[in-house]
Design a protein around this ligand. Structure first.
Ligand SMILES: Cc1cc2nc3c(=O)[nH]c(=O)nc-3n(C[C@H](O)[C@H](O)[C@H](O)COP(=O)(O)O)c2cc1C
Ligand code: SF4
Length: 504
């Protein structure tokens, strides 16, 4: 009798917890997996003690280590994101570790009085080529291309709201614009090889459709996707399980069938015709137009820089995506082994433009695990003007790195089209978390700039950072990547302009 009473009480207790899990809005995982989801939080809480004796260290997990994820989660929640007791990295012996060299005395320092402050780009996007809608991006940190389709509508909405709050732009991804992108955030419209949203029935590009898509929408720039780091040379792939009727409608494709985009564009076939296409889009829309690419062979970049050197045609921005970048779905060999990692790829591309004196005329954007302050600082020192964050933004809205994005079974409702799972996302609170993360990252960049003694991350140079080379030596970033004098730095006019802009 007593046992039965205890059993009934326990069952009632569990039912109450399950009911609370279902209605609460803080944790998508618990909303989607009532009761069971608690196991993860328990393990997370006692994880440090467990791992110390049995499992892995705070820095072993990939793509994002536990320390890196903890920093993003804490930043997104506005919690204490400091770490106690000192680094647990093996910094004395870690080959390749980057050290920022702080300055003892400095001139103009960043203004840290406003935690919400956006950090504007040091370059006017589209300015050098005189585009009608050239503008100075309000934030050096923006949200990377991730389509509605690979992400749920709720996730896209939360990111868009977060972008609006933090004053950043959100890239639509190659899946085209959806209603979920229209929640207040500015957009970069991405055009992939399937031209979703601006295509003819046969899959070719349609300029009129592009013009009507951008008219009246908060599109600030157009990005032509040539490739992405996780699967370069391979078209986009949306598995059939994710092609719902809604997505099929937006993309004008059949529902429930794998949606494979071609590997290469049909609107142009070489660098010359690509530049004609860029100029056509810029002229017809007035918007700045750029390209996104991973880095493999260098002939493409050499030819692009040579043609741009003539001054008649050119891209307004270049987004370089590192081979360590993320994807909704890709074959392992492409994710692991095709295209260069960010630092190596970006420095090669930068060098090609620097040799021709063109770097002040192009906005360089970087992506590939750059949503972590230490990586972002190195990117800025190499000459990046802005960074895009993809998976880090997903982590900020609750991704737990379960790496099931390609299965439609994302437990946190982010990378899925399953209505029950997507319902787990409480859009308003996740939007706030995305905004908090974006702001925190920007602020950390300003703090490091201050340590180096400059007011803006674009003023950090490749001689301000050393890379550990064995136990007894370190080389400057400039020397490691073969940078010549002045490379990686803004020209004097741009440096003066951004310093003036930031000086109260
Ligand atoms: C779920 C998901 C979907 C993505 N979709 C696109 C896309 O549509 N177009 C694109 O150019 N890159 C896409 N990417 C790549 C990201 O935009 C970004 O370049 C890459 O993940 C590197 O940034 P990260 O390390 O901050 O995630 C996607 C990445 C993820 C994780
Ligand atoms: S499947 Fe996993 S890694 Fe992908 S978004 Fe969902 S929680 Fe994150």
């Amino acid at each position: 009798m007593r046992a039965r009473r205890i059993g009934a009480a326990a069952a009632t207790g569990l039912a109450l917890v399950a009911a609370r899990d279902l209605v609460q809005k803080k944790h998508a995982l618990l909303r989607n997996f009532p009761l069971v989801g608690h196991a993860r939080y328990v393990l997370e809480t006692i994880g440090p003690e467990l791992r110390q004796y049995i499992v892995t260290s705070n820095d072993e997990e990939r793509p994002f280590s536990r320390d890196q994820r903890s920093w993003i989660y804490a930043s997104a929640k506005g919690e204490n994101n400091y770490f106690g007791f000192g680094t647990d990295n093996d910094v004395e012996h870690m080959q390749g570790h980057a050290y920022v060299k702080q300055r003892t005395f400095a001139g103009v320092l960043p203004d840290l009085s406003d935690p919400q402050a956006a950090v504007p780009s040091a370059k006017v996007l589209g300015g050098p080529r005189g585009r009608a809608k050239a503008f100075r991006p309000a934030s050096v940190v923006n949200i990377s291309a991730m389509s509605f389709g690979s992400l749920s509508g709720a996730a896209v909405t939360a990111l868009n709201k977060g972008a609006a709050m933090a004053g950043t732009m959100q890239n639509t991804g190659e899946g085209g614009m959806s209603p979920y992108h229209l929640n207040g955030g500015d957009l970069v419209l991405q055009i992939g090889t399937s031209y979703f949203g601006c295509r003819n029935e046969d899959g070719t590009f349609n300029l009129d459709k592009l013009k009507s898509m951008v008219a009246g929408a908060p599109v600030k720039a157009i990005e032509i996707k040539l490739s992405q780091g996780a699967k370069p040379g391979l078209g986009g792939m949306l598995p059939g399980v994710k092609v719902t009727d809604e997505i099929a409608g937006i993309r004008a494709i059949p529902a429930r069938k794998d949606c494979a985009s071609p590997a290469r564009h049909t609107a142009f076939h070489d660098v010359n015709s690509m530049l004609d296409f860029v100029e056509l889009l810029a002229m017809e829309t007035g918007l700045p137009v750029g390209i996104k690419s991973a880095v493999g062979e260098m002939d493409f970049w050499e030819e692009l820089a040579t043609l741009m050197g003539r001054g008649e045609r050119g891209v307004d921005f270049v987004t370089v995506d590192g081979g360590e970048g993320g994807t909704g779905a890709a074959p392992l060999v492409f994710a692991d082994s095709v295209s260069l990692p960010f630092r190596m790829g970006f420095s090669r591309v930068y060098g090609v433009f620097a040799e021709r004196g063109l770097t002040d005329d192009i906005t360089f954007i970087g992506s590939g695990k750059l949503g972590l302050p230490e990586n972002a600082v190195v990117a800025f020192a190499l000459g990046v003007d802005m960074i895009n964050v993809g998976r880090e933004a997903m982590l900020s809205i609750g991704c737990i790195q379960a790496q099931k994005c390609h299965t439609d079974k994302c437990p946190t409702g982010i990378a899925t089209q399953h209505p029950w799972l997507a319902r787990g996302i409480d859009v308003p609170s996740k939007g706030i978390r995305a905004a908090m993360y974006l702001r925190t990252l920007r602020r950390e960049l300003l703090k490091v700039s201050g340590a180096v003694g400059v007011p803006h991350p674009s003023l950090i140079t490749p001689t301000d950072i050393d890379i550990l080379n064995g136990d007894y030596d370190a080389r400057s970033l400039a020397s490691v990547y073969g940078y010549k004098d002045g490379w990686g730095s803004l020209g004097p006019e741009l440096a003066h302009e951004i310093t003036e802009l930031l000086t109260p």
